[in-house]
Design a protein around this ligand. Sequence first.
Ligand code: PLP
Length: 355
Amino acid sequence: MTNNSFYAIIDKEALKHNINYLKNFKNKNILPVIKANAYGHDILLISKLLYDLDIKTWAVARLSEALDIIENFKKFKISDYKILVFESIEDYKILNENPNIFPSINSIKEFKVALANNIETERMSLKIDLGFGRNGILENEIESLKKLAKFNDWKFFGIFSHLFSATYDDGLVVIQKFTDIVNKLGKNKFELIHLQNAASIFNYDIEIVTHIRTGMLCYGLQEAGYYDTNLKPVLAELIGKVDTVKYLNELNYVAYEELCSVDSSCKKIAKIKIGYGDGFPKCNKGTYCLINKKEYKISQVTMDNTFIEIDDLVNVGDKVELYHRPNELKAKTGCSALELFISLSPLRIKRILKD
Ligand SMILES: *Cc1c(COP(=O)(O)O)cnc(C)c1O
């Protein structure tokens, strides 16, 4: 740990705890969503931790994310883990070369093209569009799917939809429609049946699903409006060290121009080596960080550095903790912990395991 860089500390025990808690809470399996660099937690690190927890099927949004994982898992058996990709994949060469990529089938046309390109139905997950209008096979296409000549021979990897709901009752209608469709096609044809993401996990119990499909809750991130104190933050700390300490009157030059906004009682400024180039955005200006158990105000965020109003208790090399009150981030910065963590640069902020 040289150069006073900042690190995100990943708590493996918290991940394990959350997964086990969620499993028991709903009595369903978990399909962890690890898109967007595992919500900023490091997709390669998290996929490996999940693998070690014997959870070996993961979901991502993009093909590029799946390929990144496969590259990193070269020494593992390809049949050992599965990656469900939400976006439509039109590159059948890549699909044929990577049998552990499990595509979503987002329309009947896609289904037929995939079959024509020798993709086994056992790898496909049918995405059903229940009116959310993003994409998927429509309700009125289910009959024609059933009428296809080989339908009775097919088994699929999965079937899923998106549980959107403006109101509680709308959600119940979606659940009923989904349940009817799965039963119509034959529940036993699908290994994975899933409908809920974080928001709907607290609202509904759904009999027919085999898995709950969530990213946020695995990482202990909470949606506004819901709060489960049993979940633990997996990104436990964002820490670094004080790089330099200067008296304000030493800083009267151009680069620190904007520091004129500092409190008139403040005499000293600490510089830390994190800025919006690291994914620590300017909305953190005016919020507080933690040094030696005392909170200090962040007075400026630049691309590479951040400046903190300090007192005589702070010295070069002292540990600095950012985002130490994750539940208050939204109110203080306008951005949720989820958005801020996802922004953290994969290149400049290393994720390291606790202990
Ligand atoms: C991102 C995503 C999820 C995960 O949602 P959370 O709110 O993190 O639980 C689930 N399903 C789909 C289709 C997604 O794109």
